[in-house]
Write a protein that binds this ligand. Structure first.
Ligand SMILES: [Ca+2]
Ligand SMILES: [Ca+2]
Length: 215
């Protein structure tokens, strides 16, 4: 009976494992749905507009709503960073703007309105100072992402931090219906558990072949 694992084969497995397991992947995608919810028109849809307003003055403001399809990312992936980009083509305030995860993904841009949509639990993931004529960037942190990798959808809602403070303010962002400069989400992740098990499977197959050869 031959050796259970030839030294050269062991070396190949040991060299390949960290290289494959650590390989990061990048998801970059536009929203599947984007719109905004408008308190002055609570039954109107804005899903086909090329603009999404963040507005605040007195009382509730206007809230962009974006949904990203995460099916391309394995459910077991480990996410190292997530960043939202929205192009601001007209700015009337540099007041802090929040992005929150909304628990309810059951909406479509063609039909959703302020009155038809209950966001469920809102969790603040990012806060940035907007500026006009450029992409505004939100670094997402504290995202409990496994649940969204499992249901393949992330809904994000934007609003001014203190939207009803009596200060007239707005920012206009391009939606995915605009001619260009669309919103997008970038996620860096490692499909770690899947890769490790693939490497382990490859190693097991190699061992099996060597053992058979050794008989
Ligand atoms: Ca849209
Ligand atoms: Ca979800």
């Amino acid at each position: 009976m031959g050796p259970r694992c030839a030294p050269a084969a062991c070396l190949i497995v040991l060299v390949l494992m960290p290289a494959i397991a650590a390989k990061a992947a990048v998801y970059q995608n536009e929203p599947a749905d984007d719109t905004y919810l408008e308190p002055s028109a609570p039954d109107e849809t804005r899903g086909d507009w090329d603009t999404m307003w963040v507005f605040g003055y007195i009382g509730p403001g206007s809230h962009p709503l974006l949904k990203f399809d995460l099916a391309a990312i394995p459910d077991s992936a480990v996410i190292s960073s997530a960043t939202l980009y929205l192009y601001n083509y007209q700015s009337a305030s540099d007041r802090h703007t929040l992005v929150s995860r909304a628990a309810n993904d059951a909406w479509e841009e063609e039909t959703v309105t302020l009155n038809s949509y209950a966001p469920g639990t809102l969790t603040i993931l990012g806060n940035t100072v907007p500026a006009g004529g450029c992409y505004n960037v939100w670094t997402l942190s504290g995202w409990d992402y496994p649940v969204d990798l499992a249901d393949n959808a992330l809904t994000l809602m934007l609003q001014f931090e203190n939207e009803g403070d009596g200060f007239y303010k707005y920012n206009k962002y391009y939606s995915k219906e605009a001619a260009g400069l669309h919103p997008y989400l970038e996620i860096e992740y490692v499909p770690e558990p899947a890769s490790v098990s693939l490497v382990a499977l490859g190693g097991a197959a190699l061992l099996l072949r060597l053992r058979r050869r050794g008989r």
